[in-house]
Ligand binder design. Structure first.
Ligand code: PLP
Length: 408
């Protein structure tokens, strides 16, 4: 008899996006003439940078001739891309990351889930609340939590991000083994200072813990005082794995390319307390279960680091940041306390009411779709997330409509 992984039965169905879709479909059916503006999704809307498109075309042409054809590449990624990443994203910031510490993959989502393969199932795990749901669900799937109880999973330590702490969770009083951090944050849009990250690194070192640092939205940081990588913090190399993605940086959500940094000095411990480099475990996992990102996509990702590519990526992210800044200004102007929206494409709005009630108000009165904050965790109740991924003109119309709707 084939038995299932019963941990999957503990998972709470994510009603969030299906509920949103249902409500939007019902509204559209009864209001066929209203043009709906979506500020809910976390997907980009603008085309790939020209430099990436040119590199893609060129790489596809290479595959069309026997003399330049490539089959399987190195599972960890081609040297040209690993070098470009290490040099531009880390060494240029003074962070000592080498090309052979870069693992190219098809997504930060997969990597943040897959990393659990190399860690014990018996860990005390701290996750932010509100949270990018993948961190929690992948722990549930692998049996690292108890059951669902009172809106949370038993066995997890929830790091609450609230107005009181500026949406940057405080370090827990107890010792934990694994810590998820995400800055700029999804969903709150907040960033962490050097001091705040340094405190987490010190805590991890003291407790021999591991930080999983998700920097998928790093390309939106404009404030030079903010750290872009956790490896800008002294000592982080020994206690942190960093996840990055080209998805939001360069519009690769459909093209798929990301990377994970596992420094060679980053250690985990066996049951006897002996240290082992996580790099060799992840290398083993990655080369056994993954066969590399396609050559044209890696060439397109490499083009992000060309002079043209850098300029175009900057323009792309600047565009979304203008949207974010408009949303932030308008929502604050309407009297709502907001977080994010600077150095981030997300704006986290305190609706002073129920998340879903506010969602319905925006949908029914303004034909604008947002994401109810309660879908990201207990601390998201009463909030909504607005996303800057849309056309500027659409955002302008959406904000005018919201202003009218909430003043009614
Ligand atoms: N990490 C965070 C915090 C995200 O919000 C997302 C996507 O929304 C991802 C990772 C996924 O990145 P990728 O497209 O590389 O899988």
């Amino acid at each position: 008899m084939i038995q299932i992984n019963e941990n999957y039965l503990k998972l709470q169905s994510s009603y969030l996006f299906s509920d949103i879709a249902k409500r939007v479909a019902a509204f559209a059916a009864s209001n066929p003439d209203r043009q709906i503006i979506r500020l809910g999704i976390g997907d980009v809307t603008r085309a790939l940078p020209g430099a990436c498109i040119a590199a893609l075309h060129e790489a596809v042409d290479e595959l069309s001739a026997d003399s330049t054809f490539r089959g399987y590449g190195p599972e960890q990624g081609y040297e040209f891309l690993r070098e470009a990443i290490a040099h531009n994203d880390f060494q240029a910031l003074g962070a000592d990351i080498r090309p052979d510490e870069v693992f190219v993959s098809d997504g930060a989502k997969c990597d943040t889930g897959n990393i659990l393969d190399i860690l014990s199932s018996n860990l005390k795990i701290a996750v932010p609340d509100p949270v990018y749901p993948v961190y929690v669900d992948t722990n549930v799937m692998t049996g690292r939590t108890g059951g669902w109880n009172g809106g949370r999973y038993e066995g997890l330590v929830y790091l609450e991000a609230t107005e009181a702490n500026g949406f940057v969770p405080a370090i827990p009083d107890e010792a934990v083994d694994l810590i998820y951090l995400c800055f700029p944050n999804n969903p709150t849009g907040t960033t962490a200072t050097r001091g705040q990250l340094a405190a987490w690194v010190a805590y991890a070192r003291e407790n021999k813990a591991l930080i999983l640092y998700d920097a998928a939205y790093v390309a939106f940081i404009r404030d030079d005082s903010l750290p872009k990588s956790i490896y800008e913090i002294e000592g982080a190399r020994d206690v942190a794995i960093e996840f990055r993605s080209f998805s939001k940086t360069a519009g690769f959500t459909g093209t798929r390319c990301a990377y994970t940094i596992v420094p060679k000095s980053c250690a985990g411990y066996d049951s006897e307390g002996s240290a082992h480099p996580l790099h060799s475990l992840w290398n083993r996992r990655h080369t056994t279960k993954f066969n590399g990102v396609s050559y044209p996509v890696q060439r397109a990702a490499e083009a992000v680091y060309s002079a043209e590519g850098k300029k175009q990526v900057r323009q792309l992210t600047d565009y979304y940041l203008e949207n974010a800044s408009l949303i932030l200004e308008k929502m604050r102007g309407l009297g709502y306390a907001c977080a994010g929206g600077e150095n981030s494409p997300y704006i986290w709005v305190n609706t002073r009411t129920d998340s879903w009630e506010f969602f319905d108000l925006l949908l029914n009165e303004a034909a604008v779709v947002c994401t109810p904050g309660s879908g990201f965790g207990a601390c998201g109740r009463g909030y909504i997330r607005l996303s800057a991924f849309n056309q500027y003109e659409q955002v302008e119309v959406a904000m005018d409509r919201i202003a009218e709707a909430v003043r009614r």
